[in-house]
Design a protein around this ligand. Sequence first.
Ligand code: AMP
Ligand code: ZN
Length: 444
Amino acid sequence: MYTCGPTVYDFAHIGNFRAFLFEDLLKRWLEYRGFKVTHVMNITDVDDKTIRGSQKQQAPLGQYTEYYTTAFFEDVNVLNIEPADHYPRATQHIPEMVSLIKKLIKKGYAYKGEDGSTYYAINKFKNYGKLSRIKIQELKAGARVKVDEYAKEEAQDFALWKAWTPEDGDVFWETELGRGRPGWHIECSAMSMKYLGETFDIHCGGVDNMFPHHENEIAQSEAATGKKFVNYWLHNEHLLVEGRRMAKRLGNFYTLRDLLKKGYDPKAIRYLLLSTQYRQQFNFTFEGLEAAKGAIERLRNLMRRVQDADGESGGEKITQLMDKVQTSFGEAMDDDLNISVALAALFDFVRDVNNLLDAGTVSRGEAKEVCALMLRFDKVLGVVGEVKEEERLPEEAEELVKKREEARKVKDWKTADSIRQRLKAMGITIEDTPQGTRWKIKNP
Ligand code: AMP
Ligand code: ZN
């Protein structure tokens, strides 16, 4: 699996992380189903944007991109994204790119323009446009584009190797193609095929990458090898802000760091960005982030409760609930990662187990099985993590909570209230919800 990685010219924003989290979910789901995944994510550390950015800061390109690359890996770790097996950097794969371009020249798919740059002749590749479904009949023959990003309407011969110009400053390589630097698209063709072979299974990215980036990757790779490049393309839709794509150039973005500074739990951010199916757009809101926080708290709360459960066995009930949730969660995820349906099944399960716990009909052994299943789901979701020891109730308090529940059942509000006060004195607050009693330990 190859996933287009960050362009390290700034901190990644949470729209970018929606892409990386969708890819993380896909990989974790494939692993849940028993596949062995080799995951490659490139680091784009030379392109139009990184060069412009480093010049603005008057820093050498390498130093500038290293700073944002380190920041990216920190963010990946904070968001509990499973690391890829390889993180190739474009600047460390120039020879592979040059050799790929030379192959394209030899086969007649690439030519040198009068500006000294090497271009890909898109009309030579009969399948050009098959991914993004564009038609190239209306194209002006020989029209060329040298920038990395451009619109569908501007589809033209694109630069594989960009001849040095004074604007590039000291960013160039002396190669058989002349002094210059690679285009963005050839980077991903060269790096993906180096680590995964000429044909590989899965390639992902955001929908904005479908054209021109992925279209050009196909053209480059398939023309060079004569083989199918990728078996499955998966593109995530955008994270929006007030109906518009979250993007650097629109200025409507939050970085992960912005949200952490505001005190949000990274697991809640992870949950929010994961919980809409990847091909649906959705709006980022702070209400959404609050709801995400509540959702993972419900999962954690169940984890705490099952760790302490010690009731009667409920017979077949728990096994039936576990079978049901595994089937529905699995079927939903197998259906193009239909995460919202999968999560709905999981929360039904949480509610049902809470009810059994309230009734005292979950034995220690059954609780252990529930715990193991929750951890298996969390290997896919990555939002619960370890439920910390100190987040569990002390035994005495646990007893009180139970007594209070019993009192409430017989509508003995007076006792229930006085127990609430005692718990409060111990720093524990109680909240009664339709899913059962929830508690919180005040931070010391
Ligand atoms: P970049 O660093 O610009 O190359 O982008 C990294 C990844 O983030 C690519 O797969 C983009 O398609 C994706 N991306 C960019 N903006 C958004 C957004 N608002 N929502 C979801 N994915 C995005
Ligand atoms: Zn790419």
